[in-house]
Design a protein around this ligand. Sequence first.
Ligand code: AMP
Length: 175
Amino acid sequence: MNLADVIRTIPDYPQPGIMFRDITTLLADARAFRQAVDELLQPFAGLKIDKVAGIEARGFILGGAVAHQLSAGFVPLRKKGKLPHKTRAVEYALEYGVDALEIHLDGVHPGERVLLIDDLIATGGTALAAIDLIHQGEGMIVGAAFVIDLPDLGGADRLRAAGVGVSTLVGFGGH
Ligand code: AMP
């Protein structure tokens, strides 16, 4: 199946000029969901992943399934103020707006091998903040995997330039 065919595009959401790539249609399709999870983890199978880190909120759905399949733990990276215990935070710029990402201080232990998962990489600001959080906890980033790449926004290249192995499943031109 071509996963691009089950991703819905919503023009001008949440702001004019943004083409929102909506994966709820992919998640609702049993075969597409399984294929996406299988393809996300395939490059990293056998690389001894200790933890999958998923970015709120769609990275939780995909990352949880990937963690289960890899028999790895799952660590949530959440928007500011959502995690109940002691946290570390990193601020980052979104394609639309500014935000902060947080991790529990005990979410990743020093030396643990971490796979980062999210639904989409655009500018890469969110993923670089996530990588920063994991590095600050002395975790090792084994790689980062996304269902969707917006290559014109350069995020995947920014991660590669930072030495992170990046895997994406579907590319869309433009924003
Ligand atoms: P960025 O930090 O610019 O790489 O943006 C990636 C984050 O913002 C991901 O968590 C995405 O879910 C979300 N995002 C950015 N642009 C879009 C878009 N066009 N459609 C859907 N989600 C997006």
